[in-house]
Design a protein around this ligand. Structure first.
Ligand SMILES: [Zn+2]
Length: 67
């Protein structure tokens, strides 16, 4: 008998939100949506008092990394 040990191995669920989160250590960040055809015109964003800002174009969230 062959044990069924390969069940569910391929179902590697990746919990991913709809928007990316980019860690930064700067209060000013530039975003172009990743560039290329999927990008958007480069804009500059300023992190708020909580150390985060969301790009209005691509909904990426920039978060101040501790340290
Ligand atoms: Zn963006």
């Amino acid at each position: 008998m062959i044990p069924d040990q390969d069940i569910g191995i391929q179902g590697d669920e990746i919990k991913k939100s709809s928007a990316d989160v980019i860690l930064t250590n700067q209060s000013h960040v530039a975003c172009n949506g990743g560039g290329g055809t999927l990008g958007h015109p480069q804009i500059f964003l300023t992190l708020d008092n909580e150390g985060r800002v969301t790009c209005p174009y691509c909904s990426r969230e920039f978060v101040m990394s501790a340290g």
